[in-house]
Design a protein around this ligand. Structure first.
Ligand code: PLP
Ligand code: ZN
Length: 397
């Protein structure tokens, strides 16, 4: 098996292919049209030698570490030693019977608990791959703008890799996530303004001081990192692709990562099926679901949700998210804060899983989809739990 079968990039907007062994972000043509405060233009999709991967997979032990290596853009030797991913995946009969008691039929509901990553969220997957890329390139620092989990994850992974992390945090980031950034020794730069301002400052910083920028979807390997959750689900589900995966959506990068993992498997001929995705957004942070439904993009008008991790005005990856939803016949639903809080409690009390509000939106969205007949009772459905409840505790329960 080779170190990596990664071959290059393709722009999701103009289709231009690019090759680079150095630092690369957006398409060199489309990226020029991007303005801060709007979704990214010219996000790059990583490509692999899929024929070779298919051949290798036929020959090797069909286990998780081989699958991860085949589809990794960075050789295994560069990853920090801290284990990331390989999180629990299991059927929840209790959740099935709970739903049934509420008049919703779903025989096969599964939990993929990514809250059990080292820093407590799925974001560790992206930061893990990005620190490996930084090691490979020999850069001494990684820079990001984030309101929370991407920052906590980068701080933890950079610490594990022995690299400096510089993190721009907008006003209003939750205290537990700030504490994580500090405890791991990252340089925390508080920004007087919103995420867009933090994003702009992080770009100015890397332009001036160098380092690798980990902003979500801006670097294509953030998506490659997140796709590993799908490679795991495929193995853990006995080499089968589920019918539905329920994904809470802010910037749309987890959604894209989940899609990309299965798309890569399909391109290599390892499966011929794609799952459908249920994209769940908070009703005040609805830019992607609205774009998918109306085919006309606008920013969310006033994001104001308890689910801080999915509170986004201009989702970075809105363009690709809409494309993949149409390609896979996926669906989008909106949920209220009240539905999210109810779902958080129901999940905690029927399964023992304490998810942060954004992650609890999965269950809230699933209930909506069942009530509306979007998901059928016999379809295998995976609830993706993206972040831990201890990150955003409500002390007034
Ligand atoms: C980041 C995040 C999301 C949403 O991911 P996007 O890529 O922004 O769509 C959902 N849940 C949690 C817990 C997160 O941290
Ligand atoms: Zn382009």
């Amino acid at each position: 098996m080779k170190d990596t079968y990664f071959t290059g990039y393709k722009c999701i907007d103009c289709g231009k292919t690019m090759h680079s062994t150095g630092i690369i972000y957006l398409c060199d043509i489309c990226g020029k049209k991007y303005k801060v405060g709007e979704p990214l233009i010219g996000v790059l999709e990583a490509y692999y030698d899929y024929d070779k991967i298919g051949e290798e997979w036929e020959k090797c032990d069909k286990n998780l570490s081989n699958l991860l290596q085949l589809f990794s853009p960075v050789a295994v030797e560069y990853f920090p030693e801290i284990p990331v991913g390989n999180t629990p995946f299991y059927q929840s009969l209790r959740l099935s019977s709970f739903l049934q008691n509420k008049g919703m039929n779903l025989e096969s509901v599964w939990i993929k608990n990514d809250a059990l990553n080292p820093s407590g969220s799925l974001k560790d997957r992206a930061s893990y791959t990005m620190t490996a890329e930084a090691k490979k390139l020999g850069v001494d620092k990684i820079v990001t703008a984030s309101t929370g989990n991407a920052a906590s994850a980068l701080a933890a992974m950079a610490a594990a890799a022995g690299i400096k992390a510089v993190i721009f945090v907008p006003a209003g980031a939750p205290p537990a996530k700030i504490a994580q950034i500090k405890i791991h020794g990252a340089e925390l730069i508080k920004v007087d303004g919103d995420y867009d301002k933090a994003f702009a400052q992080s770009l100015e910083y890397t332009a001036k001081h160098g380092g690798l920028n980990r902003n979500t979807a801006y670097h294509p390997f953030t998506i490659e990192g997140k796709k590993t959750v799908s490679l795991e689900i495929f193995i853990q589900n006995n080499y089968k692709v589920p019918e539905w995966i329920v994904v809470p959506v802010g910037d749309g990068v987890i959604l894209t990562g989940v899609y990309k993992g299965f798309a890569d498997l399909k391109r290599a001929g390892i499966t011929d099926k794609m799952p459908r995705l249920l994209a769940v957004q908070a009703d005040s942070s609805d830019a992607i679901v609205n774009y998918w439904e109306s085919n006309k993009y606008r920013n969310a008008i006033k994001p104001d949700t308890i689910a801080d991790s999915i509170s986004v005005s201009a989702p970075s990856n809105a363009r690709w998210a809409r494309k993949l939803m149409i390609e896979t016949n996926s669906k989008g639903v909106l949920v209220t804060d009240e539905e999210i809080m109810t779902a958080q409690k129901e999940l905690a009390q029927t399964t023992g899983v304490f998810a942060e509000p954004a992650a609890s939106a999965s269950l809230a969205g699933l209930k909506t989809a069942l009530k509306n007949g979007i998901i059928q009772p016999t379809e295998q459905t995976v609830l993706l739990i993206t972040g831990h409840g201890l990150k955003a505790v409500n002390f007034n329960l």
